[in-house]
Design a protein around this ligand. Sequence first.
Ligand code: ZN
Length: 491
Amino acid sequence: MRTELIQRMQELRDLAALVELAQWDQDTYMPKKGAEGRGAALGTLKSLYHQRLVDPYLGDWLDAADAQGFDEEAMVRVLRRERAQATRVPERLVRALAEAGTAGLSAWKRARDEQRVATFAPALEAIVRLRREYADALGSGTERYDALLDVYEPGMRSARLAPVFAELQTVLVPLVQAIEARPPPVDVFGGKVWADAAQWAFTMELLPAVGFDLDAGRQDRSVHPFSSGQSVGDVRLTTRVSLDTPLPAIFGTLHEAGHGLFEQGFAPKDFRTVLAQSPSLGLHESQSRLWENVVGRSLPFWKHHLPRLRRHFPSELAGVDAETFWKAVNRVQRTFIRVEADEVTYNLHVILRFEIERALLRGDLDVKDVEAAWNDKTKVLLGLTVQRPTDGVLQDVHWAWGDFGYFPTYTLGNLYGASLFSAAQRALPSLWADVERGDCGVLLRWLRASVHHAGYRWSTEALMERVTGRGLVVEDFASYVRQKYSVLYRL
Ligand code: ZN
C-alpha cells in the first residue's frame, strides 16, 4: 500500500479521535457558555475530515491500492466503503437533513408538551421524505430501509432481519406473559436514599474488576451515559447516579465498560488504522449487553460483588443476600418506555420500531397513521394500552433528529452477545466459577482473542461465524432468557 494512502488513513483517524474528544468534553466538562465556540470548532473539524475523505486523490489511491495481504485489503475495503458513503450523498441533502433534524427536535419537544402527535407530524413527514432520498442516494440493498440499516450495521438487510425478529417475537411474547403471571421479586431498592459518593466509589471499583484499564481510560458523569474511544490508550466512559436507586449507576457503568473494553481491546498494531473499529454498532452493543446483562445480572457475579457493594451501603443492604439481590436486579415488567425496559421486554420495543420504520420507508404506512400503528403494536407486543403520546410514539428522540435504522442494532447486540457468551462457555468450562471468584479476566481474554483483536477485519456476521460457528441466530438468546428466567420466576 502506498505511503500517501497510509498517511491519509492515519490523518483521518487522528481527526476522528479529536472529534470524539471534543464531543466527550462537550457532554462532560464544557461550561455552558462554551457551546457556540465548540459548535464552530467541531464543525470545522468535521468538514476537514469530510474534505480529506472525499478528496479525489484518495479515490485514485484507493483505485490503485496495491494492498499486500489480508490486513491491507481489509483497510482498503473499509476506506472505500466510508468514502463511497460520503461521496454518494449530495451536500444539499446532508444540509437539508441537518436542518430537518433541528426543526424535528423542536417540533418533537412542542408535541411532547402538548401531548399531541399532530404537532410533530409535519416535521416527521419532511424527515421521512429526506431519509427516502438519502436511502436512494446510498443505494445499498434491495429496499430503501436496507440502505439506512447498512449505515450502522454494514451488510445487514431488512429481509434478513424480519424473520429473525418474527422468531424472537414468538419466543418473547409468551415468556413475558408467563413471567407476568408470577409474583414479582422483592424490591430491595425502593424507599431508601443511595448516597452519591458511595455509588460512585463502587462503580470505580467495578471498572477494574471487569478488566477496564483506568490507566487507559477514565469514567466521568453525564446526563446520558456513553463511551468514547480515542485510541486503545484513551477510552472515556460516563455514568449517571440517581439517589433513589443504585441501578442506573451500577448497570450504566457495566454497560459502558463493555463498550470500553472493546475499545481498549483493539490490536495495538492497528493503531491509527481503520481496523481499530467495530465492524458494526450491533457488535459493539453485543459487548455492552454481554457485560451488563449476561455477566452483570448473573448470580455468580453478585455472589462476589454484593459483599463489596454492602461495604458502601451497610444499612441499606442489611439482610439482603445475593440471591434476593440477583432477583431484584432482574425484574421483568411490561413498560411503555423502551429505555426503562428489562432485557426480556426490551427487544419487543425494538421490533415495534423496526416494523414502523420499515413500513414508513417503503411507503406502506403514512406519517398520519404512525400513532395508531404504534398503539396497535404496543397492544400486540406488550399487552399495554397507550394512554398518552409521551408513553408512545413521542418517547424516543431518534426520529425527531432524523435517525432511522438505528434501533435494530440494540437487539442485534442482545442476540450477538448471547451467542458470543455461549461460545465462551463452551470454550471455558470454568467460566461461571471464575466469575464467582471475582475473576473476569478469563472471559475478557477470550473476548480479546476472538472479537476485540479482530477489529474491522471481517463483517459482523462473518466474524460471528468464525467465533460461534453461526451468524445471526435467535436460538442462543432464546435459550439464555428461557433458562435464566425459568429459574428466577420458577416457571
Ligand atoms: Zn450501548
